[in-house]
Design a protein around this ligand. Structure first.
Ligand SMILES: Cc1cc2nc3c(=O)[nH]c(=O)nc-3n(C[C@H](O)[C@H](O)[C@H](O)COP(=O)(O)OP(=O)(O)OC[C@H]3O[C@@H](n4cnc5c(N)ncnc54)[C@H](O)[C@@H]3O)c2cc1C
Length: 388
């Protein structure tokens, strides 16, 4: 067992970190305060070859590993938390499911814009009545001649306010086996992107409305029976959220560390107070343990797709560690940490969101318990209860 990065991985991580410090660090607070997608960063990161890191070279990617993409997202997010979103969007998010299952023709149509950082794809999974119980989604794709007619609505999608392309989970028929997904392009007749609402993490989301949107067969990503494949792709998205949670927690940790070394109260540097030293020890242990679980999930991933149990454990550990560190950092920074001038409060809001997004911590614990007991626990009302 070797906990060290290989020489190539170390060189890659150092080069991305140097780039982030030189190009992104200075404006981190400004980007954090803006709800706008950082398009200028997307073009820069595309130029650095940091979008599509794990995708085959034939698809315009760099042919790297999941570990490489984790090293990149963490090196960027630790320096500029908001810019980490661009690495997520270009490597881990719905683009990863798209890269895995799209036809050559679909890739030729959409991949160049996405990898150039000029377009972004959003995942439409959650519905008003289907959140944690995602398989209860009702958005339907009904056959009509050679096409399908899409009807329904989606909420809370990351980048839904600014995306040009949407990977929409939908129902071709009843049951889990009836679920698949289609690609919806902005501007298709009958497709409406609602007025943006703000998440408390500073991101905007728009409700999506589909009213008899005509979806040609060429825009079907996965037909009926595609749900399990979609969730396998989604496990990569979860690892991206996990990696960012730790990196954003570390960003806040580093701010607090610097502050504790320089800020004096009672005639002493804050780092000399044992009450604060113990906070740093707790933060460091949680961040490091979460990082190890994240790397284990990535190393164990077969064909680049991580296992569900490894992913659930890593995401739970990373989400909790990132939030814990950001919360403690705000405390250590005092009034400054609670102010807009510091990115610490932003880190707190960002890490909080990942405890709900992409599998809430409760749903992850349910999944982990299933692994422990080696059996499924159906969360739905039993027939007997329903009959009461
Ligand atoms: C920042 C952010 C980004 C997001 N991005 C996207 C996106 O890109 N695309 C997309 O489609 N959706 C996205 N979502 C939506 C997200 O996937 C859902 O919010 C999430 O699945 C929870 O669904 P819900 O909000 O309907 O809560 P509910 O499912 O109603 O759950 C409410 C609470 O009950 C708990 N709960 C529910 N069932 C159980 C159970 N069986 N056992 C124990 N506890 C339970 C939940 O954990 C939660 O705490 C995003 C959400 C956030 C906050």
């Amino acid at each position: 067992m070797d906990f060290k990065l290989t020489e190539e991985q170390q060189i890659f991580q150092d080069s991305v970190r140097r780039f982030a410090q030189a190009e992104l660090g200075q404006d981190a607070a400004r980007r954090a305060a803006s709800s706008e997608y950082p398009w200028e960063v997307a073009e820069k990161l595309s130029g650095m070859g940091l979008l599509g890191i794990t995708f085959p070279e034939a698809d315009g990617g760099a042919g790297g590993s999941l570990i490489d993409s984790i090293l990149a997202i963490q090196a960027i997010a630790e320096v500029c938390p908001r810019s980490g979103d661009v690495i997520q969007a270009g490597n881990f998010g719905p683009i990863r499911t798209f890269a895995e299952y799209a036809t050559a023709e679909q890739k030729a149509r959409f991949m160049p814009g996405l990898l150039a950082g000029k377009a972004v794809i959003s995942l439409g999974m959650t519905e008003p009545e289907a959140g944690s119980a995602v398989t209860e989604l009702v958005t339907s794709a009904r056959p009509d001649g050679d096409d399908f007619l899409l009807n329904g609505t989606k909420i809370f999608g990351t980048h839904s306010a600014e995306a040009n392309l949407f990977l929409v989970y939908c129902r071709f028929g009843p049951g889990v086996d009836g679920i698949g997904s289609v690609l919806v392009e902005k501007g298709m007749p009958g497709f409406l992107v609602g007025k943006p609402s703000a998440f408390m993490n500073g991101e905007d989301w728009s409700q999506l409305y589909f009213d008899n949107v005509r979806i040609p067969k060429a825009n079907v990503l996965l037909g009926p029976g595609g749900f399990k494949k979609q969730i396998s792709g989604f496990n990569v998205e979860r690892l991206g959220n996990s990696a960012r949670a730790v990196a954003v927690g570390r960003h806040a940790f580093n701010l607090a560390r610097e502050h504790a070394l320089t800020r004096k109260q009672f005639g002493r540097a804050l780092c000399e107070f044992q009450g604060l030293q113990w906070k740093f020890a707790d933060m460091a242990v949680r961040l490091e343990s979460a990082q190890l679980m994240l790397m284990r999930a990535a190393v164990n991933a077969e064909g680049g797709l991580p296992a569900a149990q490894d992913t659930a454990m890593a995401k739970l550990a990373c989400n909790e560690a990132g939030f814990y560190a950001a919360n403690e950092a705000v405390q250590i920074l005092g009034g400054l940490g609670f102010s807009e001038e510091s990115t610490a409060q932003y880190c707190l809001r960002r890490t909080r969101g990942w405890m709900i997004a992409g599998g809430s911590i409760e749903i992850l614990k349910n999944r982990i318990a299933e692994g422990i007991f080696e059996r499924r626990f159906d969360q739905r009302k039993s027939r007997a209860m329903a009959a009461e």
